[in-house]
Design a protein around this ligand. Sequence first.
Ligand SMILES: [Zn+2]
Length: 577
Amino acid sequence: MAYISNEVINEIRNKTDIVDVVSRYVSLTKRGKNYIGVCPFHDDHSPSMSVSPEKQIFTCFSCGATGNVFTFVSDFEKIPFIDAVRLLGEKVGINISGNVSINGVKDDYYDIYDLASKFYQNSIFTSLGKNAINYLNDRKIDKETIKKFGIGLSIQKISLTEYLKSKNYTSLKLNEVGLTNENDNDIFINRIMFPISDLSGRVVAFSGRIYNTKDNSKYINTKETDKFKKGKILYNYHIAKEYLKKNDSIILMEGQMDVIRASTVGINNCIATMGTALTKEHKNILKNMTRDIILCFDGDAAGEKATNAAIELLEDSSLNIRVVRLPNNMDPDEYILKEGANSFKEHIKNAISLVDYKMEVLKKNKNLTDIKDISSYINSAIKELVFVNDDITVELNLKKLSDNFNVDYTTLKNKYDNLKNNKKEVKEVIKPKKVYDKYGKAERSLIYYMLKSNSVINMVERKVGYFPDKNIRELSNEIIYYFHKYGIINVADFISYIADREEILNTLKEIVAMDKSDDFQIEEIEDYIFVVNEYHKEAKIVKLKDELKKEKDPMKQAKISLEIMELRKGVKNGTRN
Ligand SMILES: [Zn+2]
């Protein structure tokens, strides 16, 4: 199995320009030496992200997001680092095939699912798959769609197990990845198989549907594994993303059949949750995917509940939300089959705004000919409008209320103004920058300048005994090691080098994003080293003082005091050489 060396990763990075790549995702404007743009990693309203063509890194001044071209793509696309390397490698003609990781450890999971998926797809087009194909054709799923979504068929008890064993995978492994049970039998038997892919498009699970019995609601899914977590996966994400043009909305549905059905009538910007409520992870994926989202859940009561829950979760994001509610309890799949593609497209085109949807929801269970109910409705409607940021939308809605219920506009406006003034101004939440004591500041400053200057690396190597913070310590060791190995330090490449070590990578990002001048004086570096070396003495003094407080014996007290004094002297005069 291939092993990607850092040299190859660096070569791809050298052939790639970060400004080019980032501007595919975010529009950038040149400012001085750098480019600036709206940061995609927080709810940014003014351009806070800076991209440096010289250093080949990006930094956000608000949220601190930092990295090289690979971590940008990896964070934006929500794909593993190595897949970002692969993706950018392809663009410059360096192909990384197979499943590899940076440290060269092969992950069988994807290979097994790839083989299983091909096996199932192959089976559906054999004579054994006739009934399944007929069943799908009856439901207006044609051959092209079957191929597009990789739909396959599971057959007898142990066919897949035998096949995978012939490829040298053990029972234990197959059981672990969720394809066989403890009796060594296939999990999926006589089912139409829908592969489920992760965000990178790799098959990580299956959904198997019964087709040859009357009971047509029966789906079973692969058990959750570390590669398949329903809360982190959106069905069809990788395909929808390809189809999504700049101003397209994404349509979020409940089931995979809805997505497949929509695709048969040429609507390809659909994704679906895997039978779970929308999660925070989903929210982040969606935010990176689009600005506009249309919620098109099932038309029944459960679908309404899911719609409201999704709104609650997504509301504070920058997403523009619209809603489609299909009539007669139908889901999108049923609706398109029964009412046709055009009628469905009309629903999508006329998706109602979030405010309008909420105004409708508030009317539920109210008798709007009854004065008490009208009053209660108007009050809750105004309360809802207080949270709407767009003045025009507010005014239009107040007018509508005034017209519909024959209430004086000024009365409604006054009520709105009162509530609005009482509402606390919700400020944009920006992750507060961590505050460090003088030791934390000094050690971080040293790492900052080690990444810029060989002489600082040398000084740290010679003079710093021990960094107080564990991550800083490891980072320093890695920088020194890297420097000795390559004879040069380059931040953008160093980020790749430690990309698989999340904890120290995060510390590094934080340091690279520090607001510090690129120039430094040797005296400044000496000072940082002095402070860092002081740390252990200070720590010792604190400990001794504590002992002194508890000590009753005057002789011992004197001894501790003397020790403290000696240490203090050392802190003042010594160490700095
Ligand atoms: Zn940011």
